[in-house]
Design a protein around this ligand. Structure first.
Ligand code: ADQ
Length: 468
């Protein structure tokens, strides 16, 4: 059987895995059979940089990582990946901080990844590369003579040409993406945006299956929405809702209900507009005061970047303002934690919540929306409020879909959700849950890897022996 090699910026090392399993580790669990290899950055910075490849094995899977130097970390990870590509891919041109030295560092680290991965590769490996940090990896591997099938999946949105082309050196990135055999996106919208970039910049039109030929090599472009292991998450939710954390939370609410938001603390998640909406909600619908508390869990992220520090200060200010204005001595409208919460605890909190407010300004998919659906009690489900700009909105159309920039609309949706009759809540939830249980993480992997397996071979490419 062909071996699967996964490459991502960070590798969820078994030795470091806490209770919060990373989203990617959960998504790829089904695809990573014993024998697979996962390669990436160790998360460590050292003066020696990528000189040594560290190997760990767990449950038959090999985890191979390299360190980065401080300079590489800054240029590749902090400055170009998160300071230029992330805002670009989330439609935030004003936040892009581009420097050509950082771009050169980004390419250099991708070259290092390729040369460290090279000795670990076998001729029949299928290589699956993840996310925006690693766009040039296939081109670097091809330059070293690797002809294996290589696929790429982007976890963020993709932007139309009018936005993409604003990034200096964007044509080089687009060329790099054409070195993959399969390029995958969460939604048809992002797939179309990518194909539009190819047409506008290179004058190439894809066929109706999303295939085009670039310098003699066929690229297949697909949409493949990521999902969750809905059954396992639902079970976790049942157990955790009866556990001690959920009990403490329930007791702290006295007779009131709970609304919840769970995100990384990132400007793409729409937290400022959401917090303003919570203020509007208690102002416009005073009947809900004391009857509901909002819990926002916002795990701190990328703290060394100015945009994230400014966001945190602004959120602190709005929380203080909202709570100062509406709190009673025995009731707090907005509870705000800037820590990650364990996955199973979160599942229990989701099940307790009458409302989830998932309002990113842009989001590749947003798995919190799917997790909230999976965690509900079928007899008495809560209501999902979902941004029209989350990838998940293309699938989860029975949620209350809102414009995340419109705080009044979010506030109104919160009111509608809290007042919704049981019958309508059940109908909406059943439709949502069917989708979440059908489009699982396992299905996502199978679809992608089947496409990769069927990719046209390069002339000298060795044949795969079987589908992984
Ligand atoms: P993220 O931006 O991290 O992922 P998301 O999909 O919402 O966004 O969450 C990924 C995982 O992290 C989920 O399992 C979620 O429960 C967990 N998580 C989020 N906030 C948390 C918190 N405060 N505490 C604990 N756990 C938390 C990127 C893209 C998304 C895309 C995913 C997967 O930005 O659009 O859905 O990759 O492709």
């Amino acid at each position: 059987m062909a071996r699967l090699v996964v490459v991502s910026n960070r590798v969820p090392l078994p030795s470091e895995r806490g209770a919060k399993a990373g989203g990617l580790a959960v998504a790829l669990a089904d695809a990573l059979q014993p024998g697979s290899l996962w390669f990436g950055w160790s998360g460590r910075r050292s003066t020696r940089g990528s000189g040594t490849t560290h190997i760990q094995r767990s449950e038959g899977i090999t985890y191979a990582t390299i360190d980065l130097t401080e300079a590489d970390y800054r240029a590749f990870y902090v400055n170009f990946s998160n300071g230029a590509l992330w805002p670009l891919l989330h439609f935030r041109l004003g936040l892009i901080d581009f420097a050509s030295d950082d771009y050169d560092g980004y390419r250099a680290v991708n070259r290092q990844f390729a040369s460290s991965l090279l000795p670990l590769l076998r001729p029949d490996d299928m290589i699956w590369v993840h996310d925006y940090h690693m766009i040039p990896l296939a081109a670097e591997l091809r330059a070293l003579g690797i002809t294996n099938r290589i696929g790429f999946f982007l976890h963020t949105p993709f932007v139309p040409p009018s936005i993409f082309n604003a990034l200096p050196r964007s044509a080089e990135l687009l060329t790099s993406l054409c070195a993959y055999d399969v390029v995958g996106f969460h939604t048809r919208t992002y797939r179309t945006a990518f194909l539009d970039c190819v047409t506008e910049n290179f004058g190439i039109h894809a066929d109706s299956d999303g295939r085009f030929v670039w310098r003699g090599h066929t690229v297949r472009v697909i949409s493949d929405p990521i999902g969750i292991d809905a059954g396992a998450f639902a079970q976790q939710a049942v157990v955790a809702a009866a556990g001690s954390d959920a009990r403490l939370l329930r007791d702290s609410l006295s007779k009131g209900g709970l609304a919840i938001g769970v995100d990384r603390l990132d400007y793409s998640k729409g937290l400022i507009n959401r917090f303003e909406a919570i203020g509007r909600f208690f102002a416009n619908y005073p009947q809900h005061r004391r009857q509901v508390s909002f819990l926002q869990v916002a795990a701190r992220s990328r703290e060394e970047q100015g945009a994230y520090q400014r966001l945190r200060r602004e959120l602190d200010r709005i929380v203080g303002d909202t709570n100062g204005r509406y709190s009673e001595f025995d009731w707090t409208p907005l509870r705000y934690m800037t820590r990650a919460v364990k996955r199973d605890t979160l599942a229990g909190f989701f099940r307790l919540s009458r409302l989830a407010v998932v309002t990113p300004l842009r989001d590749g998919m947003n798995l919190v929306a799917k997790e909230y659906v999976a965690a509900q009690d079928p007899e008495d489900p809560g209501v999902l409020i979902l941004s029209r700009f989350a990838g998940a909105a293309e699938e989860l159309t029975e949620a209350l879909i809102v414009n995340p920039y419109d705080s009044d609309e979010i506030a109104e949706a919160m009111h509608i959700g809290l007042c919704m009759e049981l019958e309508e809540r059940r109908e909406r939830w059943q439709a949502l849950n069917e989708k979440v249980t059908a489009n699982t993480a396992g299905r996502f992997c199978t679809v992608f890897l089947n496409h990769l397996d069927r990719a046209d071979t390069l002339p000298e490419k060795p044949r795969l022996r079987a589908i992984s």
